[in-house]
Design a protein around this ligand. Structure first.
Ligand SMILES: [Zn+2]
Length: 92
């Protein structure tokens, strides 16, 4: 049983019961975007996350790190380096 990552400050559509603030949430276990079908986190979601975690890059990295661990379980065929780049490579 996988422990799900914590939701962000604005809630998360991946977690029922929490308020959704974006249509660009991950569709698991495929990890494509529910809003635009791009690999998640898509460009739109990345922009939203930057805004949600404005001034808190460490918190954003921890948040995405939780997703990375979760996604890695579903996407075992994807090289870890690619997943890391996809989830954390854009956080600066
Ligand atoms: Zn999207």
């Amino acid at each position: 049983m996988t422990e799900r990552p914590p939701a962000g400050p604005g809630g998360d559509p991946a977690f029922p019961g929490r308020a959704a603030v974006t249509t660009h949430g991950p569709i698991v276990p495929l990890w494509t975007c529910g809003g635009c079908a791009a690999p998640w986190p898509c460009a739109t979601r990345r922009k939203e996350l930057r805004a949600e975690f404005d001034g808190a890059p460490v918190s954003l990295a921890l948040y995405l790190g939780s997703y990375l661990v979760w996604a890695a379980e579903d996407l075992g065929h994807v090289p870890a380096g690619l997943l890391h780049q996809r989830f954390l490579g854009w956080v600066r």
